[in-house]
Design a binder for this molecule. Structure first.
Ligand SMILES: Nc1ncnc2c1ncn2[C@@H]1O[C@H](COP(=O)(O)OP(=O)(O)OP(=O)(O)O)[C@@H](O)[C@H]1O
Ligand SMILES: [Mg+2]
Length: 255
């Protein structure tokens, strides 16, 4: 990795157990700032678990235990007593299935700002337009902001959920298979969107789609049985993987 690229998150020796089952095994990664990092690997290898650890979504799971560090600036976000809502303002998350709230498009986007106590109508209006533009949804919904979000298509809902996540201006956006429930056109729209979003945010993308990882990500981590086996810039990982298992996976020989 070249020297001028800053690091957004540093993961040091992160291990995680669900009861006595170990799901992450001494993962260390430096996530480059303003880049897209893809996490790939066979089902069950720990991609979602790793992603969820980065904004402590695993906290709510009984029996889940972690060791190691995730450094955001100079703070270990895994430390007990950390401010979870502050963390989630900085590290937002988008899931596989679009999950808008059964509220208007407008109220979906301002949801996080309202939680923060923002009430000024002008500030909220501006935030709605900015986030919807950034999420490449504005032209389609600008005249129907009061419409229920559940009436949107799933591709539009996924962009709405991204707008909701970026309205509070997080630093890192975690995306867990954000296009796997979408048709090819919506997938392409979201892929283009990710590429523009990295100007402002650091993105971490879990995907099962090798073409997608190769198309949109700058760096790729290959995971296997809870470990990161290989981490490299995406071109290198896909053209000259350093490990046999990576090669087998990206060429479809297993996984
Ligand atoms: N809440 C949970 N309780 C117990 N075990 C879990 C839990 N969530 C995940 N696991 C286990 O941890 C391992 C990693 O799961 P994880 O969901 O992170 O995999 P993944 O790489 O995201 O897989 P997929 O590609 O299928 O989404 C799996 O063995 C899974 O069964
Ligand atoms: Mg998963």
């Amino acid at each position: 990795m070249t020297a001028e690229i800053e690091t957004a998150l540093t993961i040091n020796n992160l291990s995680l157990w669900y009861g006595d089952k170990q799901a992450l095994d001494a993962v260390s990664l430096q996530i480059p700032k303003n880049r897209i990092t893809a996490l790939i690997g066979p089902s069950g290898c720990g991609k979602s678990t790793l992603l969820r650890s980065l904004n402590r979504m695993n906290d709510v799971i009984d029996n889940c235990r972690v060791a190691g560090e995730v450094m955001l600036d100079r703070r270990n976000i895994l430390e007990r007593g950390g401010d979870l809502s502050a963390l989630r303002r900085r590290v937002g998350m988008v899931f596989q299935r679009p999950n808008p709230f059964p509220k208007s498009i407008y109220e979906n986007v301002v949801y996080g700002l309202r939680l923060q106590g923002v009430r000024d109508r002008r500030i909220l209006n501006e935030a709605v337009e900015r986030a919807l533009r950034a999420a490449a949804l504005w032209p389609e919904v600008k005249d129907s902001l009061r419409q229920n979000a559940l009436t949107l298509s799933s591709g539009q809902q996924q962009r709405l959920v991204i707008a909701r996540a970026i309205a509070i201006e997080p630093e890192v956006l975690l995306l867990d298979e954000p296009t796997s429930a979408l048709d090819p056109i919506s997938t392409l729209v979201i892929e283009e969107l990710m590429t523009t979003l990295k100007q402002h945010f650091t993105l971490i993308l879990v995907t099962h789609n090798m073409q997608q990882a190769a198309r949109v990500s700058d760096y790729t981590a290959f995971m296997h049985q809870g470990k990161v086996l290989e981490f490299a810039d995406t071109d290198t990982l896909f053209t000259t993987p350093g490990q046999r298992r990576t090669e087998d996976y990206i060429t479809g020989r297993f996984g």
